[in-house]
Design a binder for this molecule. Structure first.
Ligand SMILES: Nc1ncnc2c1ncn2[C@@H]1O[C@H](COP(=O)(O)OP(=O)(O)OP(=O)(O)O)[C@@H](O)[C@H]1O
Ligand SMILES: [Mg+2]
Length: 287
């Protein structure tokens, strides 16, 4: 669905993005994961045709993005990093306005879909309130359903759960999963590694305008991570904790003695999470 080949991009004379290549299959959720300023939003803006001065090739559903025409925007939905809504209009008026910019659905179907979407994100009761009276989380939710209005095949979501409380973040993630189940292709930008690990089929680690690793969260954790074993035992009446690498438990004489003597109090393994792997691979923290 998306093919990016040898893309480079500069805001200034200095090259910022270099040598970016990857593909996204139809029906996949693909994540850009990286710290602030890494270039996630920049890459997303290239993919949606907002930054056309790139070198290399970016094809979205067969269209070279710098040659796009307006029909390009019928098949993609965009949830920008910062909500782009008319503050003086109500939520419903905002949706009606943005829906009117698209051609691909009849008015009736659109109205029905609008009401359904408002209901799904818990905004139906506030639909006739002015957006200026909305909280940050309410604006994020409205901005998100704005991207779904015209039922696009590809969704570009920039930090969709940022600033949301746990309940609304869950709701948003469930809606993203539902879109995937409908066969939509979804590109997500995030620095939240839990969201990335839960939602994404594959993630690209992005640091300073470059892709440092690209694989499924599971593979990245299995291949690059080191699993540890934590255990505790009694020593002169006091609990002592210790740890070793899971793969080295067979050679750990102390641990084996403690086990044989039945002196272990607690024992559990610890698998690295995607944030640990990001740190290992890039030497940078995510947030
Ligand atoms: N319009 C612009 N002109 C010049 N430099 C820009 C512009 N937009 C972004 N940049 C720079 O490009 C770099 C990457 O920005 P970008 O917004 O892509 O980061 P990001 O990974 O999305 O970060 P965040 O997690 O904070 O959203 C930053 O150093 C930023 O200052
Ligand atoms: Mg960003």
């Amino acid at each position: 669905m998306i093919r990016v080949e040898n893309v480079s991009f500069s805001y200034t004379k200095k090259v910022f993005m270099e040598d970016i290549s990857f593909e996204v299959q139809k029906g996949e959720i693909f994540g850009f994961l990286g710290p602030s300023g890494a270039g996630k939003s920049t890459l997303q803006k290239i993919l949606i045709g907002l930054l056309t001065g790139y070198k290399g090739s970016v094809q979205v559903d067969g269209t070279e993005v710098r040659e796009r025409d307006n029909s390009f925007y019928e098949k993609i939905g965009i949830d920008f990093e910062f909500p782009s809504l008319y503050e003086k209009l109500t939520a419903r008026e905002n949706l009606q306005f943005f829906a009117s910019l698209y051609e691909n659905r009849g008015k009736e179907a659109r109205e029905k879909r609008m009401e359904e979407l408002l209901e799904q994100v818990g905004l139906l009761r506030d639909a006739d309130k002015k957006v200026s009276d909305f909280s940050k989380g309410m604006k994020s939710r409205l901005n998100f359903i704005k991207a779904l209005l015209h039922n696009p095949d590809i969704l570009f979501l920039d930090e969709p759960t940022s600033g949301l409380d746990p309940t609304n973040s869950r709701l948003m993630k469930d809606m993203i999963i539902t879109e995937k189940q409908k066969g939509k292709t979804i590109i997500i930008t995030t620095h939240n590694m839990e969201d990335a690990a839960e939602l994404c089929d594959r993630v690209a680690f992005i640091v300073e305008g470059k892709i440092k690793a690209l694989d499924s969260p599971h593979h990245l954790i299995m291949e690059k991570g080191t699993n540890k074993l934590h255990y505790s035992y009694l020593n002169n009446g006091a609990e002592v904790t210790d740890q070793c690498l899971l793969k080295e438990t067979g050679q750990n004489v102390q641990l084996q003695n403690l086990m044989r003597e039945g002196k272990i109090l607690t024992i559990h393994s610890e698998e690295p999470n995607l944030g640990d792997i990001f740190m290992e691979v890039t030497g940078r923290r995510l947030a």
